[in-house]
Design a protein around this ligand. Structure first.
Ligand SMILES: [Fe+2]
Length: 370
């Protein structure tokens, strides 16, 4: 028998989120793990409260329990890492390299890291258009809706990501603006992580769109996070603005094998419920492969198609914005949700999180694999 009961968070439209109390993740029985895994695949985002004592080792082992054959950290050790957009955001725990430290502000000492300055992204450098300075601390945006995945080489998208909130600056809320001519906005806690359901995103599609996403595949750019490192994000965080600012393909590191370019199904199947999620990482998309063999390679058009498919799924009422408390240990179904970092911090507001995910042992299961 398992002691775990997952309580859904609120009565909401987004179909995401459950809370688990009274569990010690450092001592999790097989029955508890099975119950936790079921909760993750039914609610897609599960917060286990009061887990400040979870060690990096426990975090890595628990993450691996979802996929025992999983490989290294989800992004591996990308060559030319310094040019990647991910580089400034992640610091690796020296004694547990699958676990990364992320956040904001100066940290004198933590888990073997010394004198590190963590850097949360900022509006000024991220989107194509900026929030004016005078509105900076009161307003925010989604930075980048994404799946945690290398999307290149032999590294498959991780099944589950775990996040432990070690230090959370408290107090403020911000108004999140979509700034996409929609007037959509959302009140969010400072430094929230926002989630939307890929299953909901799929369900919102027309029958024609469903047919399209079930039968088409998406091709990602080579060295995707270097490629987009010089480009700017749309104001709603859902992909890149097409203005030709990507790193030219011949300035990227070489592609060692043609099959290192990842071409993935657009919809991925939930291993417990069997539902399909629309799972496209909008920023590094490059081409669409149609069922009849035709390839859409006009980048601007590819991005518009993907944006049209995804935008309904990030409507304010469909966003679950987690209100972090220290000790929250969140596990999310990385093959069934998109998530985004949110918030603009002052440089002395310290936020410290631990993140872990592992490149999956196999490709996501799409309609052709069913
Ligand atoms: Fe992420």
């Amino acid at each position: 028998m398992s002691a775990i009961t997952a309580q859904p968070i609120g009565a909401s439209n987004h179909g995401l989120g459950a809370v688990v109390n009274d569990v010690d993740l450092n001592n999790l029985s097989d029955a508890d793990f099975t119950a936790l895994r079921n909760a993750v695949y039914n609610y897609n985002v599960v917060c286990v409260k009061n887990q400040s004592k979870v060690t990096p080792k426990t975090q890595a082992e628990l993450t691996r329990r979802f996929d025992p054959e999983a490989m290294s950290y989800g992004h591996g050790k990308t060559i030319d890492a310094k040019r990647s957009i991910l580089h400034p955001d992640l610091k690796t725990v020296p004694h547990q390299p699958e676990v990364q430290v992320i956040g904001n502000g100066f940290v004198p000492q933590y888990e073997g890291l010394k004198n590190v300055t963590l850097k949360h992204p900022h509006h000024r450098t991220f989107h194509q258009t900026v929030i004016p300075d005078e509105k900076d601390l009161d307003y925010t945006r989604f930075y980048r809706w994404h799946i945690d995945a290398a999307l290149y080489g032999e590294l498959n998208p991780p099944m589950v990501t775990t996040l432990l909130a070690v230090k959370v600056p408290a107090g403020r809320t911000q108004t999140l603006l979509y700034d996409d001519n929609s007037n959509d906005e959302l009140q969010v806690p400072l430094g929230t992580t926002a989630f939307v359901s890929g299953y909901k995103m799929f369900d919102l599609l027309s029958e024609e769109q469903k047919e399209f996403v079930m039968t088409s595949k998406i091709e990602y750019a080579p060295h995707p996070y270097v490629w987009i490192s010089t480009a700017k994000s749309r104001s709603d965080g859902l992909g890149i603005v097409s203005e030709g600012k990507e790193v030219p393909l011949n300035d990227l590191p070489p592609v060692e094998h043609a099959n290192h370019i990842q071409i993935l199904p657009m919809v991925w199947r939930n291993p417990v419920t069997g539902q399909y999620a629309l799972q496209i990482h909008p920023s590094p998309v490059r081409k669409i492969h149609l069922r009849n063999g035709r390839v859409i390679d006009d980048l601007e058009k590819v991005r518009e198609i993907v944006h049209d498919l995804q935008r309904p799924g990030i409507a304010p009422e469909l966003v679950y914005a987690h209100d972090w408390e220290e000790g929250d240990f969140v596990l999310f179904n990385n093959q069934g949700v998109l998530h985004s970092v949110v918030g603009a911090f002052d440089k002395d507001e310290v936020r410290l999180f631990r993140q872990c995910n592992l490149a999956a042992s196999r490709r996501p299961v799409g309609p052709d694999d069913a």
